[in-house]
Design a protein around this ligand. Sequence first.
Ligand code: FES
Ligand code: FES
Length: 160
Amino acid sequence: MDVTMSLTVNGEKKTITTDPSRRLLDVLREDLQLTGTKYGCGQSQCGACTVLINGRAVHSCVTPVGSVNNTEVITVEGLARGDVLHPVQAAFLAEGAIQCGYCTPGMIMRAVALLDSDPNPSDSTIKAWMNANICRCNGYTKILNAVRRAARQNLEVTVP
Ligand code: FES
Ligand code: FES
């Protein structure tokens, strides 16, 4: 039976009436046309579908949409401000941390969650945190460099 849910997606209030057991990933991609969030494994193993729910990095492929009622969801489309990229997006670009790009939205969302909670993570923290996401192109060195760059820029912005 369909239910009606309210949530905020990338700063906009949305009212969605659907089967609450549907994957958040599918609702984002199919109902809201937010196709930046990717389907990889569908089993909470690869991180391609990572979004932020109330600031936490979550795998939207295993998240029933019924569980996100009254939450704030941020997808990769919600990061830039107009033409100005989010610092993590800019760092991925600057480091060339993108090959086919399929993992990139999930990598970026996971890195955003890390830097929001820990603006100055140690290298081992970055590696452990990003280890949850898989890059089939094996671009890990540049991805880690991008997260390090974003963290450095974070510090330059936040530390007087
Ligand atoms: S598609 Fe969700 S973790 Fe792989
Ligand atoms: S850039 Fe291709 S999967 Fe990561």
